[in-house]
Design a protein around this ligand. Structure first.
Ligand code: UD1
Length: 417
């Protein structure tokens, strides 16, 4: 495991460019399994999770060439639909291959996936959707086997708007017979991006971005050249980094509409945010005001930004209330922030954060991706040095975060143990 040594107290200033979206890239790479042709993806971020999905495609028989942010995927050689436990354990999003494999081959076998340690994260909704399409599901010894002779379109109601279940069912429906309607679908921008990709390869998908998605099954698909959207969570993280260090940062390659809840909460905290076409400028010269946050499915406040905002509120004027409604266990950063001097009390799914005048560096541990990012932000705002351990978690979702922040004036050294 690697660690960051961070010297706090430096204001971030300058311009930072956001990479392509991790959570859009992963389902789109999985969707390439629907094809019996080549496709080109652009704007692919250099992330550990993307490497895992690349390894997964290669394991299944695809050929993948990845040069800078362009990925050339050829899925003609795929002949295997049984995914190793090792690959599944490395990343929860590996489960996104289930939908495309069942659509193309009518068979798939995967082990229960791993991923961030932020809650139980079941797959019941993914499986319920596939069963409604006529897929037989067997769960045994930690493996899920999905099989059908006839994959047929169906009406599916999701009990809650799960992002992964929406994506998996959309992909399963692409080569099914007839029409599939997904109700109470998740509305995240990454789902719209998946729809756009699917339509580029010849699928017939409508409604992503609303709570009803309709997919009409087709017989054949074609290759494409597609650019993924920028990462709204990376953008949001940089915006909080600017605010917490009382800096002045222009964040480029963003789609501001995707950032509305983040922009609104920053403004509520007294942060100056200026929005232009594809960039936002964030500046701050005082203590933030306390704010209340409740995580919700899109277009609500994203759970993936909760830890970073908690870091900001530790230094606010007054008491902030943060409620996590998506993942029951997403408070691992609380203990670490407390070690840095934050005043946070947990009451069930709610965190009561009483702003303190300052926080100080110590040895802390990144328990998951966004918790790790929150610790980096807190460390940059702290009064002295901090060691953030296990930054491999951060590398799952941020492309060399230390280089981006050092270019803005931070002092972060990566140490290889
Ligand atoms: C995706 C994102 C992740 C983000 C999350 C919520 C990717 C690769 N990851 O994860 O970064 O934090 O959305 O915005 O896009 N649930 C069930 N049954 C299911 C599926 C989910 O009960 O079958 C529950 C989960 O336990 C969780 C909630 O639904 O409480 C939301 O999960 P979901 O939207 O599925 O998240 P992911 O797709 O795993």
């Amino acid at each position: 495991m690697q660690r960051f040594m961070i010297t706090g107290g430096y204001r971030l200033a300058g311009t930072v460019k956001v990479s392509g979206s991790k959570n859009a890239t992963l389902p789109i790479m999985a969707a390439s399994l629907l094809l019996d042709e080549k496709c080109i993806l652009r704007g692919v971020p250099r992330l550990r999770d993307v490497e895992v999905m690349r390894d997964l495609l290669v394991y299944l028989g695809a050929s993948v060439i990845w040069e800078k942010d362009v990925m050339y995927i050829d899925t003609q050689g795929v002949g295997y639909q049984d995914v190793s436990e090792e690959l599944m354990r490395r990343m929860r999003a590996s489960n996104l291959v289930l939908g495309p494999l069942i659509s193309r081959y009518r068979f798939a076998r995967i082990s229960y996936p791993g991923g961030c340690d932020i809650g139980s994260r079941p797959m019941n909704l993914h499986l319920k959707g596939m069963q409604a399409m006529g897929v037989g599901i067997k769960e045994k010894f930690g493996y899920i086997t999905a099989e059908t002779e006839k994959l047929k379109g169906s009406e599916i109601y999701l009990d809650l708007p799960s992002v992964g279940a929406t994506e998996n069912i959309m992909m399963a429906a692409v080569l099914a017979e007839g029409k599939t309607v997904i109700r109470n679908a998740a509305r995240e921008p990454e789902i719209v991006d998946l729809q756009n990709f699917l339509n580029c390869i010849g699928a017939r998908v409508k409604g992503a971005g609303t709570d009803t998605i309709k997919v009409v099954g087709v017989d054949g698909l074609n290759g494409t050249d597609y650019t993924v959207i920028p990462d709204r969570i990376e953008a949001g993280t940089h915006m909080v980094a600017a605010a917490i260090t009382r800096g002045d940062v222009v964040v480029t390659n963003v789609i501001p509409e995707h950032l509305e809840p983040v922009i609104n909460k920053l403004r509520e905290a007294g942060v100056y945010v200026e929005v232009k076409d594809e960039q936002v400028r964030v500046s701050m010269d005082k203590k933030p005001k306390a704010i209340d946050i409740k995580t919700m499915p899109y277009p609500g406040f994203p759970t993936d930004m909760q830890p970073q905002f908690m870091a900001l509120t530790t230094l606010a004027e007054g008491t902030s209330i943060i409620s996590e409604t998506i993942f029951e266990n997403r408070y691992k950063h609380v203990m670490e922030l407390r070690r840095m001097g934050a005043d946070i009390r947990l009451e069930g799914h709610t965190a009561v954060v009483k702003g303190v005048p300052g926080i100080s560096g110590t040895l802390v541990e990144a328990s998951d991706l966004r918790a790790g990012a929150a610790l980096v932000l807190a460390a940059m705002a702290s009064e002295n040095g901090t060691v953030v351990d296990k930054v491999d978690h951060i590398d799952r979702g941020y492309e060399r975060l230390e280089n981006k922040y050092n270019a803005l004036g931070a002092r972060i050294i990566r140490v290889h143990n």
